[in-house]
Ligand binder design. Structure first.
Ligand code: SF4
Ligand code: SF4
Length: 65
């Protein structure tokens, strides 16, 4: 399992970035809106971020290929 961010639901609080033990959450380089993204290669699927997200559905679990 891995995690991605639904940018339409994310309120950009940055908490997932702060708690991620792998530093897998990064600001989107080319976004002027301070959006965040999870770098798939760095996400271990630990799920630590899930309980911190205040925006329902913003963190999306998916099966890694
Ligand atoms: S599942 Fe774990 S490694 Fe992946 S983004 Fe969340 S806290 Fe980071
Ligand atoms: S914790 Fe949730 S709302 Fe906050 S930046 Fe991460 S995905 Fe967005």
């Amino acid at each position: 399992m891995k995690i991605s961010i639904d940018v339409d639901k994310c309120i950009r609080c940055g908490l997932c970035r702060e708690v991620c033990p792998e530093d897998a959450v990064h600001p989107m380089l080319h976004s002027i809106h301070h959006r965040f993204e999870v770098i798939a290669d760095e996400c271990t699927g630990c799920g630590d971020c899930l309980s911190y997200c205040a925006a329902a559905g913003a963190l999306v679990e998916y099966e890694a290929a």
